[in-house]
Design a protein around this ligand. Structure first.
Ligand SMILES: Nc1ncnc2c1ncn2[C@@H]1O[C@H](COP(=O)(O)OP(=O)(O)OP(=O)(O)O)[C@@H](O)[C@H]1O
Ligand SMILES: [Mg+2]
Length: 333
């Protein structure tokens, strides 16, 4: 194997110390402005905000950070767009502190960095409103940029999330032609639909979506119909649908596999904010695959990371490698 990884504990399979990144994540970097309220307002009504919390977020940054906390420094890279504003400087500093490789972030002076305005109710449910701005300025040609293509060439796994459609397609083509494992998690881009995203679906090894995105992407109400619509485009793709507290289901041409969710009350924890649970799931799923775990075990670890994230107020509330192992041990007791 190309990676140079050492076991620091009998249960900690690997900590990678290769100079090459193992994971490249194409996706948004946003500043999250979280409003905690009791219950969502009806249209035309006013509710009071209990707390405001500003934290780093954006699916690209979140997934890269979740993976970096497991794999170690400089193993995960984020590829995306930022402005030349103060927010961008703060974002880059935080990502670097997390050990994420940031050389794939394109900086632009004519546009502001992305922000998300998130409302969270007392059950931890969320409504996310995103101003993508610089995130949508990463163009297909930027994928050929030496800094960005170098990261894609180095990585084992490429995660493509929510750049604009043309960039998604170019990145998926390049990654596929290089023989990389391609994970496509279209998030808000699901609204483009199957036809527009067909090429990216064909180039993917895995599609990772939540239950709302699966329906939005395929136009199908039932999970089985959605699965069939995706398999019609790419018979070999594996589809992972995350199901909130119910966990996840993995579907492929041979059938499907349910991976049970974890109830945080088992650890004496309470759900406070489910924003970023899917990103924690995906980052830990990718890190676990890179460490050599099976799809099922990687999804089991992803579920655990997603469940613990739900109990943390911040968006990037995923687990470190040490925390993950200790929670896994608690699950076995
Ligand atoms: N309330 C919960 N209790 C336990 N686990 C949860 C809960 N919510 C989410 N999870 C875990 O996190 C994973 C992802 O959750 P979900 O399907 O809600 O993602 P999402 O809506 O895409 O989140 P994101 O805000 O990151 O986009 C689930 O598969 C599950 O493992
Ligand atoms: Mg999600």
């Amino acid at each position: 194997m190309r990676l140079s990884c050492t076991a620091s504990d009998t249960n900690l399979r690997v900590r990678c110390s290769s100079k090459l990144v193992s994971l490249a994540v194409l996706g948004s970097v946003n500043w999250d402005i979280n409003l905690f309220i009791d219950r969502f307002a009806e249209v035309g009504a006013e509710v009071s905000v209990k707390q405001i919390l500003e934290v780093p977020g954006g699916k690209g940054g979140n997934v890269a950070v979740a993976a970096a906390r497991i794999l170690g420094s400089k193993q995960a890279a984020v590829i995306g767009g930022l402005g030349r504003d103060e927010l961008a400087q703060v974002q880059i500093k935080i990502l670097k502190q997390e050990g994420v490789e940031t050389s794939g972030l394109k900086r632009m002076s004519e546009v502001i960095s992305g922000r998300a305005y998130i409302v969270i109710d007392r059950n931890g449910g969320k409504m996310i409103h995103t101003l993508f701005k610089a995130n949508l300025r990463l163009n297909p040609d930027d994928i050929e940029d030496p800094h960005i293509s170098r990261l894609i060439k180095q990585a084992q796994i490429i995660v493509i999330i929510d750049p604009k459609k043309e960039t998604i397609i170019r990145a998926s083509e390049m990654s596929k032609s290089l023989g990389k494992t391609v994970i496509f998690s279209p998030a808000t881009r699901c609204s483009e639909g199957l036809k527009e995203l067909g090429e990216a679906i064909r180039n993917s090894d895995y599609i990772v979506v939540n239950r709302f995105e699966l329906k939005c992407l395929t136009g199908k109400e039932k999970i089985v119909d959605a699965k069939n619509a995706l398999l019609e485009i790419n018979p070999d793709v594996k589809i992972i649908a995350t199901l909130g507290k119910k966990g996840a289901v993995m579907m492929h041409k041979h059938g499907q596999n349910k991976i049970q969710g974890v109830d945080p009350s088992r650890f004496g924890l309470k759900v406070v904010n489910t924003t970023g649970c899917g990103d924690a799931f995906l980052g830990v799923f990718c890190a676990s695959k890179i460490q050599g775990y099976s799809d099922e075990e990687s999804a089991r670890r992803g579920n655990l990371a997603g469940a613990v994230k739900a109990t943390r107020q911040e968006t990037r509330g995923s687990l470190t490698a040490e925390e993950l192992e200790s929670y896994l041990k608690m699950l076995q007791q």
